[in-house]
Design a protein around this ligand. Structure first.
Ligand code: ATP
Ligand code: MG
Length: 292
C-alpha cells in the first residue's frame, strides 16, 4: 500500500458473492441457464445485456427476492439457498437501488432514510437520524431532509434511495438500472454519486445501460445474453474489444447514436416495462434546485 491505488487496482478482498451454476425458470421460461459469477470485496461489476436477458432476475436472486430453481449463491460466505440460512441476516448486508426509486411518498426524505434503520437495525431515533443525515449529505441532499419525495426531481429521489440504502451500512450495493427512469440531464448526478461510492471502495453490482460509466468505473463488465454470461472481463476488453459476436452486436446497438438507447430503453425494453408497477412513484413535478 505504498503508492496510491490507480483506478481499477483497488485492493480487493474475499469473495462477497459467489454464484455457481445458477438456473432460474418461470414456468417453462428458462431465464437463467447456468450463471457463474464471483464478486470480490471492493469490486464494481457492471452487468450489461439486452432486454429480457435475465439481468434483473440475476440481481433479484442475489438479493433473495427470487428463489433459484437450482445452483447455489453464497453471499458473504452464507449459502443462501440452504434452508437453514438466516435470510434476514444476509439481506441486512445488501443495499438495493431500483429503477423506480420506491420511496414512501407520505414520508419525508429523512424519514425514508430512517424507517428501516429503526425497524430492522433497531437504532434509536437520534442515531438513525444522524446516519441518515450523513448519507444525505454524501449524495448532495443534506438540506432536503424535510422535503417529501414529490417535491424532488427524479434524480434527487434516486439519490435519496441511495442514501436510504447506504444508511443500512450494507456490505454490497446492488443497482438495477438506477438511471433508466431519469431524464437525461438528471443522470449525471446519480452516476457521480455512484462513482464516488466506487472510489470509496464500496462493493457494487450494477445493471446498467450506461456504457461510458461501465467503461470508466467498473472493474469488470459482465455481458449476459439468453440467460448465460457470454463475456466477463475488464471493461476495456468486454466493451472496448469484445470477443464474442453477440457482445459486438449488442454494443453496436447501444452505442449507435442514431439508436434511441443511450442509457434508456429500446423498444423491447419499453414494451416489457410498459405495464410495470411503480410503487412509491409519484406525480411528475418540476425539478427543484439542489442545495449543494
Ligand atoms: N416474476 C416473473 N414471472 C415470470 N416471468 C418473469 C418474472 N420476472 C422476469 N420474468 C421473465 O424473465 C425474463 C428475463 O427478465 P429480466 O427482467 O431478468 O430481464 P432483464 O435482462 O432485466 O431485462 P430489462 O433490460 O428489460 O430489464 C423475461 O422473459 C421476463 O419476462
Ligand atoms: Mg431488468
Amino acid at each position: 500500500m505504498s503508492t496510491p491505488a490507480p483506478e481499477r487496482t483497488r485492493p480487493r478482498g474475499e469473495d462477497v458473492v459467489v454464484v455457481s451454476d445458477l438456473h432460474k425458470s418461470f414456468g417453462s421460461n428458462q431465464v437463467l441457464t447456468g450463471i457463474d459469477l464471483t464478486i470480490r470485496r471492493g469490486e464494481v461489476v457492471c452487468v450489461i445485456g439486452p432486454s429480457g436477458s435475465g439481468k434483473s432476475t440475476l440481481l433479484r436472486c442475489v438479493n433473495l427476492l427470487e428463489t433459484p430453481t437450482s445452483g447455489s449463491i453464497r453471499v458473504q460466505g452464507e449459502e443462501v439457498t440452504d434452508p437453514d440460512c438466516d435470510i434476514d441476516a444476509v439481506r441486512r448486508g445488501l443495499g438495493m437501488v431500483f429503477q423506480q426509486f420506491n420511496l414512501f411518498p407520505h414520508l419525508t426524505v429523512l424519514e425514508n432514510c430512517t424507517v428501516a434503520q429503526r425497524t430492522v437495525l433497531r437504532r434509536s431515533a437520534g442515531q438513525a437520524r444522524e446516519v441518515a443525515q450523513r448519507n444525505l449529505e454524501k449524495v448532495g441532499l443534506g438540506e432536503r431532509g424535510d422535503a417529501h419525495p414529490a417535491q424532488l426531481s427524479g434524480g434527487q429521489q434516486q439519490r435519496v434511495a441511495i442514501a436510504r440504502a447506504l444508511s443500512m451500512e450494507p456490505e454490497l450495493m446492488l443497482f438495477d438500472e438506477p438511471t433508466s427512469a431519469l431524464d437525461p440531464e438528471l443522470v449525471g448526478d446519480v452516476l457521480a454519486v455512484m462513482r464516488q461510492l466506487a472510489a470509496e471502495g464500496m462493493t457494487m453490482m450494477v445493471v446498467t445501460h450506461e456504457m461510458a460509466f461501465a467503461r470508466e468505473v467498473a472493474d469488470r463488465v459482465v455481458f449476459m445474453d439468453g440467460g448465460v454470461v457470454v463475456e466477463d472481463g475488464h471493461p476495456d476488453e468486454v466493451i472496448g474489444n469484445p470477443r464474442h459476436e453477440r457482445t459486438r452486436t449488442f454494443l453496436q446497438r447501444v452505442l449507435d447514436p442514431t439508436h434511441v438507447q443511450a442509457g434508456a430503453h429500446d423498444a423491447a425494453h419499453a414494451a416489457r416495462h410498459a405495464g410495470d408497477p411503480a410503487p412509491g412513484d409519484v406525480a411528475e413535478t418540476p425539478p427543484t434546485p439542489d442545495h449543494h
